[in-house]
Design a protein around this ligand. Sequence first.
Ligand code: SAH
Ligand code: SF4
Length: 393
Amino acid sequence: MSTAATAAPVNLLDFDVDGLVAWFAGLGEKPFRARQVMRWMHREGCDDFDAMTDVAKSLRAKLKEVAVIRPPQPVRDSVSTDGTRKWLLDVGNANAVETVFIPETRRGTLCVSSQAGCALDCAFCSTGKQGFNRNLSAAEIIGQLWLANKLLGAARVDANEAATEAATEAAADLEAGEKDNGRIISNVVMMGMGEPLANFDNVVTALHLMLDDHAYGLSRRRVTVSTSGIVPAIDRLRDECPVALAVSLHASNDALRDRLVPINQKYPLRELMAACRRYLERAPRDFITFEYVMLDGVNDSDAHARELVALVRDVPCKFNLIPFNPFPNSGFERSPAERIRRFATILIDAGIVTTTRKTRGDDVDAACGQLAGQVQDRTRRTVRLHKAEEARR
Ligand code: SAH
Ligand code: SF4
């Protein structure tokens, strides 16, 4: 038996195009073969080498010996009354992460996870409260898109059915120079479990695949990374794979942000704003999206809104206000609707485009920050939390 056959098989979902070309070179295979297999895997959703009919039989046999195409396994599939669909995916060792599909008129957005848990411990986040287990592999990240495409019926939008609102929007995008890959998932947001920029290399490999014409061919403007603000990684993303950027701001001054988003203690607001300006030099969109969770009596006053306006003065941006999604023992409450409206008005009156996120998928716990999954905490956080709770009693 060859040594290759005894080694663990390589999961080809772990490679972007350059990676696969290099790995194929190791097998003595030409780059075009790698691109061919890439298209089968990602464009056709194929996980069976035998079905790759235009790939030489000898190569198929070789691949079967040393490689697999293995996405994460769904263990639960829930559909909300509003059409939001959520999958719980097994990522081994009793860990599970979540992927959410949010349908719009004709297309939809897939919300993708990057880590099992999260180490950053934001005060209002259910993922953060569960602690951190590990980074997802590139295969587990892109595997979420692979799987969602498949489970949504590998549906491609029929180009002939053009007379709908979304088709009109898509046509406008095409005019604006965007390509139409005809897939039902038109947007990806890295807003599931985990901090994408804390798993930089694997996330960037997956982003390459989302953008590559041999794989998913999504527009850079329709792939969004959301970060709590890891400044050096924002710079790296700008240099290595600029896509749309959302920054979880959540506070208008350092004292408050230090408490709500602890990574702020390391990268305070001045540095974060400067990184946002640098990012915009290369970004596919000419604004940063600031996410702002509305926490009753904590960060939602008129004074906070005015402080925000001053804070972002030099950063072209839009605001997305997220009504807090409660979870047990969070210690926070959602701001009342009227307060959110008033807060938005102050930003809008200052000339900042501001939207308030509709809460989707509430009945299947698929709303922002409710992605609980199942995480075996490998930090000491859960122990610390229990001790703190005991001490309080
Ligand atoms: N780690 C990344 C992306 C994942 S969270 C980040 O922090 O940006 C996606 C968004 O949901 C972030 O803006 C996050 O702050 C927000 N969020 C977290 N918990 C929430 C909750 N309980 N209610 C509403 N939004 C929440
Ligand atoms: Fe991590 Fe984002 Fe949750 Fe903060 S909000 S704990 S960075 S997942």
